[in-house]
Design a protein around this ligand. Sequence first.
Ligand code: NDP
Ligand code: 2IT
Length: 450
Amino acid sequence: MKEYLNNVLELTTKRNSTEPEFLQAVHEVLTTISPLVDANEERYKKWAVLERMTEPERIVMFRVPWINDKGEVVVNRGYRIQYSSLIGPYKGGLRFHPSVNLSILKFLAFEQIFKNALTGLPIGGGKGGSDFDPKGKSDDEIMKFCQSFMTELYRHIGQDVDVPAGDIGVGGREIGYLFGQYKRIRNAYEGGVLTGKDIVYGGSLARKEATGYGLMFFMREMLGAHNTCIMGKTVTISGSGNVATYACEKAQAMGAKVVAMSDSNGAIYDENGIDLDCVKEIKEVKRGRIKEYLECHKDAKYIEKTGSENPVWTIKTDIALPCATQNELILEDAQTLVKNGVIAVGEGANMPCSEEATKYLQENGVLVAPAKAANAGGVATSAIEMSQNSMRYYHTFDEVEQKLDCIMTNIFKSCQEASDEFGLKDDYVAGANIAAFKKLADAMIAQGVV
Ligand code: NDP
Ligand code: 2IT
C-alpha cells in the first residue's frame, strides 16, 4: 500500500480513536481500494479525496426528552450524520437501539455513501437514530418519542436536503409517527421527506420487501456467475426483522429451504423449513420473541444465545445470510461455517462480518456478497419511493420489483467488472468498494474543494 493511503489511515485512526466501528469500516474500504488509489494517486492526493471521504460533511446531535407511561421524563440522545451530498440529498435510515452511539452511526453513514453510489440513483449518504430502546414500549411511548425526536430533526431534513428512512427498531409504525409530526410542524405535505411510509399516505409498494428481496436477487446473480443457483440450497438467516423476513420469503420463492432464523435471544432451527407466516405473526403482529415459534412447531428446536457467539452459525448450511447487525459473524463463526461446507455468505445487515471473518471466508473459497452491494435494494427502493412522491404517482408492486431486480443485477455487474479490472477475481467486497469509490471520487473532484 502506498504512502498516501497509509497516511490517511493513520490520520483517521488518530482523529477517531474512540470509534472502533467507524475505523473498522474505513479500514476495510481503504485497504481494498488500494489498487484504485495506486492508479490515481496524484489526482486523489491533489484533491484530498481520501481525507474528505473519511470526514462527514456534518453531524447533528441533540437531546430527545419525552414522557413515559408512568409520567416520568426520559432523556435520550438523537443523532443525524449528514455524511455526503455528492450525488444527491443525504439519504439513509434511522436506528433506534440502546447500543446506538456516534461510532456506530458514523460507520453506517460511511457505508451508506458507497451503497447509495452503487445503486446508480441520485442519493447522497447519511444515517441517524437514537439510543432509545423500543423493546417493551407501548405504542403511546413510541409515538411520544418519535414526536420529540422529529421536533428537533425536522429543521435538518427535507425532501431535497436529507431523507431518513427505517433501520433497526424503525419500521412502518415509527415512520408514520415521524412523518405526522414533520407534516404538522412544516404545515406542508412533503411526501419525499421520509421513505418507508405506509402505502396509504405515499409509501411505495415493495419498499418493505425490498432489502430482503434485493439481497436474494444479488445472491442469484453471484451464484449464477459461478454456475450454480439458489434452488435446492439450504439457507440459514440471522435476525427475524424486516431484512431477514423478506430475504426468507424470496429465498423460499426461489426454491431454497430456509432452516433457521434468530433474534437477539436465540435461534430457531426447523429442519422441515421455516414457516414464515408463523414468524411474521410473531414479529410483525405480536412483536414477540422468536422462541414463540415452538408454540406452533413443536418439532423445531430453539437454541438460546449464551455469551457472544451466535447459535445460528453453528447450523449446517449452503448459504448463510447475516441479516441482524454489525459484527454478528466473527472469525470463529466463519470457521464453523466453512467446516460445515458453506458456499456463499450474503450480507443483508450492514457490516455483519468482521474483517477477519470475511478474509477467512474468501480464502476458503466462499463467495461473499458484501453489504454495500447486497443490501442496497432497500435504499434503492427508497429512491424509487422518492421519485413516485415527486411525480405524485404510484407504481404497481410488479413494476417496483422489476426495477429493483434490474438495479441489483446492475450492482452485481459493477462489482464484478471492478474486481475483474484490477485482477481481484471473485472479490466482490473489493469490487463494490472500488466501483463506488471511483464514482464518488470523480464527483468530488468535479465539484471542487467543498
Ligand atoms: P429490524 O429491527 O427489523 O430487525 C433487526 C433484527 O436483528 C431483529 O431480529 C433483532 O432481534 C436482531 N438484532 C438487532 N440487533 C441485534 C443485536 N445486537 N444482536 C442480535 N440480534 C440483533 O431491523 P432491520 O431488519 O431493518 O435491519 C437489520 C440489519 O439490516 C441492520 O444491520 C440494518 O442496518 C440492515 N439494513 C436494513 C435495511 C432496511 O431497509 N431496513 C436496508 C439495508 C440494511 P431483537 O428483536 O431481539 O433485537
Ligand atoms: O442501511 C440501509 O440502507 C437502510 N437502512 C435503508 C436506508 C433507506 O434510506 O432506505
